[in-house]
Design a protein around this ligand. Structure first.
Ligand SMILES: *Cc1c(COP(=O)(O)O)cnc(C)c1O
Length: 390
């Protein structure tokens, strides 16, 4: 059993009877034929299609989800001394990009049920230095943007959605990445919409920010060799755009399958008395980038599952503020602009509690009923066996 099965995805049939793999081969060959590996026509084509899919005016293809965050923060003019409110429970890139620009991350606790930033705890963390809020739509379900946007509007603070795990999901019928000032996502191979390398995108309805982000991703150029600002080499490759064009054709089908399989996991586990399953906010749909449950004695449960050849993963075993790179004592890099009091003033008990319990189960659109039943049964048995331990 695979944790995420990208091989099975390649066997999916398209409307014209070809497999996804055949279509990808065809599209890559086309790129090799025209030879425009950088900023080829496929890049513009996928940007237009993704903007339409998300329901926003602009999509800028970039080189990764991490660069998408960096480009978005740079477009908002985030600079040393600024504060950016975010979650302590995410992939490292969320905080890394804030720190790269010399800004200070201010960690606000997550909700117990959704694992996403708790809107009720944001306001007390806002200061005159707060220049952005980055909610992460973790595991595939959007954060509570309805509430977060209200607070952001009151203080006139832009909101960047880190939608690296939630691309395709909805919040009050609107697509993830189109829910706030800027939405960013990742096309890392194992993300809900993945390419075959690194890739990402920034989304916005704001013309000015779109123009800025486009320039920043192209070395700050307006046209060739005219550099208006400091940017980076942040482009989406033509070949990755070609892969995404092929995969986008089956993506909506996969989004539905993901929801079905995620819902089935929850029903099956609950029916067998296992209640620590993911909670979906009624405002949301989820693409279940991860299907993540909570267990006690996690190491024992993992051992039990591994013995039965069931792969698992932990997203994430350590909170962002606990990473060595963020500890003033251990990292000279951070010392200059990092204030310990930020951690002290904002307690994060929910994140602290959940980080030791989360466990992600195999999850992808091709997961069979048989495999899913085996995972469910084995997890139930693992729980029983572990609880019997002295
Ligand atoms: C994967 C991920 C990123 C980084 O994306 P890359 O394309 O790997 O750079 C950022 N944030 C979150 C929440 C992610 O899951």
């Amino acid at each position: 059993m695979e944790f995420i099965d990208l091989k099975a995805q390649q066997n999916q049939l398209l409307e014209d009877g070809a497999t996804l793999r055949e279509d990808i081969n065809r599209r890559i060959k086309k790129v090799l034929d025209h030879g425009r590996y950088i900023m080829g026509p496929e890049v513009n084509e996928i940007e237009l299609k993704l903007a339409k899919y998300v329901g926003v005016k602009h999509c800028i293809g970039v080189s990764s989800g991490t660069d998408a965050l960096l480009v978005a923060l740079m477009a908002l003019g985030i600079k040393p001394g600024d504060e950016v409110i975010t979650t302590p429970f995410s992939f490292f890139a969320t905080v890394e990009t804030i720190l790269l620009l010399g800004a200070k991350p201010v960690f606000v606790d997550i909700e117990n049920l959704t694992f996403n930033l708790d809107p009720k705890k944001i306001e007390i963390a806002i200061s005159r230095k707060t220049k952005a809020i980055i909610p992460v739509s973790l595991y595939g379900q959007p954060a509570n943007f309805k509430e977060i946007n209200l607070i952001a509007k009151k203080y006139d603070i832009p909101v960047i959605e880190d939608g690296a795990q939630s691309f395709g999901s909805k919040h009050n019928k609107k697509r993830s990445c189109g829910l706030s000032t800027i939405g960013v996502t990742s096309f890392f191979p194992s993300k809900p919409l993945g390419c075959y390398g690194d890739g990402g995108a920034c989304f916005t309805n704001n013309d000015f920010l779109a123009n800025s982000m486009r320039q920043i991703a192209l070395h700050g150029q307006e046209k060739r060799y005219e550099h208006l600002r400091i940017g980076l080499n942040g482009r989406l490759d033509t070949i990755q755009a070609a892969v995404l064009l092929a995969k986008l054709n089956i993506f909506e089908r996969e989004v539905h399958l993901r929801q079905e399989i995620g819902d089935k996991y929850t029903q099956k586990l609950n029916k067998k008395g296992f209640q620590k399953t993911p909670s979906l906010d009624p405002q949301n749909t989820s693409v279940y980038a991860q299907y993540t449950v909570q267990v006690e004695s996690r190491e024992e449960v993992i051992k039990f599952l591994t013995n039965k050849s069931i792969p698992t993963s932990i997203h994430y075993p350590k909170l962002l503020p606990d990473q060595d790179a963020l500890c003033a004592k251990k990292s000279g890099f951070i010392k200059n602009f990092f204030h310990k009091k930020i951690y002290k003033s904002h307690v994060i008990p929910n994140a602290r509690n959940l980080v030791s319990k989360v466990l992600s189960l195999p999850m992808h659109p091709m997961l069979s009923d048989k495999d899913q039943d085996l995972v469910v049964e084995t997890l139930i048995n693992a729980n029983k066996s572990v609880n019997k331990l002295p």
